[in-house]
Design a protein around this ligand. Structure first.
Ligand SMILES: *Cc1c(COP(=O)(O)O)cnc(C)c1O
Length: 424
């Protein structure tokens, strides 16, 4: 029997939710005759209903105006990336000059490391977290090698010091201090993808800077999930993608941040024509003069079709604001956390830290009994239209996204896991 009390309680919470109307602005995949319980916004966010109109606008403009679409009418393509600049800056807590939407996450990580990872014999090393998302590790390792250094020595991967693979701030601080004189770069996640742990970026930047190192951040799981203050936190650079919590579609154009104090840097960079100062770009001169700020790292004219859904997504973020979104997110994830502790403690343990300030919306749940049991539960849920995602060897990640998930979705997940445990 589904737990009637829990369902009613969730319904009351949904009715009292000031953001409940936002769900209708998304397309929720169906499972039979009802909505999926979709908890995969950490992997691919759902489609905002407004995305199609923005994409069709580009297709129509291309059909009717062709090359002139760059310079004529609404939403001209030449300055198209400027349409997302200010809302994006609000999402990540930056000045407009500091952000740009371009390329993909890993490409941006490489491009910004070209400028901000400048190893020397005295200071060759990068500090990152052990167990990082593989693309980040590949990028960092290949950069160390590219500069002729040895990743075995100069790519320092800090092991988690807490049970279940999370990090204490003390361990991060002591690693930065211990390796300080050799550190060229500290590259840290805003939210760790596997555990869902959130970090204090301001603290990490301060510690890195105190040792003379650059502070760079991968915000793939933090952008659109937590309120960020990249400018005030003094990050040197940051990169993120827009297909996770920013709901801009598979492979969406990614984001990059470069702090205003580097807006006119003379550091080396890999240049392309779209990074050239706009006012003189079309004089097509041989000499590269970078645009001020993050724009100066652009290479190519951007994929306008890829940028279009980001506009729709950012309209929603502007409508709500990160503060209200985070308020709901804390409540929704706390509700999931409390329900698991109350009803499922014999089935699941929560890997993600318990304090709100140490996590975003995602909870990583270790299934008791090992991999086979975990897979069984994961498939049981999938067959019922309940989508989380699987991380080897025994973790299910569940991310209630405050823009479109309901308390009822969380209650439905908890009820289904109880059903699996009780063999109903
Ligand atoms: C999702 C994610 C990526 C994916 O990289 P792409 O270049 O967008 O394919 C990389 N790093 C982290 C930490 C991620 O969470």
């Amino acid at each position: 029997m589904p737990n009637q009390d829990a369902c009613r309680h969730a319904e009351i919470l949904d009715n009292a939710d000031p953001l409940r109307a936002l769900r209708a602005k998304f397309l929720i995949p169906r499972h039979g005759d009802r909505d999926q319980l979709y908890f995969c916004g950490n992997s691919l966010g759902l489609q905002p209903r407004g995305a199609r109109a923005h994409v069709e606008e580009v297709l129509d403009k291309w059909a009717h105006e062709a090359v002139e679409g760059h310079f004529t009418g609404q939403a001209q393509w030449m300055p198209y990336h400027e349409l997302v600049r200010e809302p994006l800056a609000r999402v990540v807590g930056a000045e407009p000059l500091e952000v740009v939407a371009m390329n993909s996450l890993t490409a941006n990580l490489h491009l910004l490391m070209v400028s901000f990872y400048r190893p020397t014999c005295e200071r060759p090393a990068i500090l990152m977290e052990a167990g990082a998302f593989p693309s980040d590790r590949y990028a960092l390792e290949s950069q160390v090698r590219f500069h002729g250094f040895d990743p075995a020595r100069d790519l320092i991967e800090l092991e988690p010091d807490e049970a279940d693979g999370t990090f204490s701030m003390a361990a991060i601080a002591s690693a930065i201090e211990r390796h300080g004189p050799r550190l060229a770069l500290v590259l840290w996640p805003g939210v760790q993808y596997r555990t869902g742990q959130a970090f204090d970026l301001g603290d990490i930047a301060r510690l890195a800077h105190a040792q003379g190192a650059i502070a760079g951040f991968d915000l793939a799981h933090a952008a659109g999930n937590l309120p960020l203050r990249l400018h005030d936190d003094n990050a040197d650079f940051a990169v993120w993608c827009h297909y996770k919590y920013l709901n801009s579609g598979p492979g969406a154009v990614a984001g990059a941040f470069v702090h205003a104090r580097h807006a006119h840097t003379t550091r080396p960079r890999f240049a392309g024509w779209w990074g050239h100062e706009q006012t003189t770009r079309f004089q097509m001169g041989p000499q590269f003069e970078p645009s001020a700020g993050a724009d100066g790292w652009q290479l190519s004219n951007p994929p306008i079709l890829g940028l279009a859904p980001l506009r729709a997504s950012l309209e929603l973020f502007d409508e709500v604001g990160m503060t209200a979104l985070r308020e709901k997110s804390v409540r929704l994830t706390d509700y999931l956390d409390a329900s698991i502790r109350a009803h499922l403690a014999d089935v699941l343990s929560i890997v993600t830290p318990a304090q709100a300030e140490r996590r975003g919306c995602q909870l990583s749940l270790r299934v008791h009994g090992g991999r086979a049991r975990g897979r069984e539960l994961f498939e049981y849920l999938g067959a019922r239209g309940i989508l989380g995602d699987w991380r080897e060897p025994d973790v299910i990640r569940i991310s209630p996204a405050p823009l479109y998930n309901r308390y009822a979705d969380v209650a439905g997940f908890v009820d289904a896991v109880e059903g699996w445990r009780d063999g109903r």
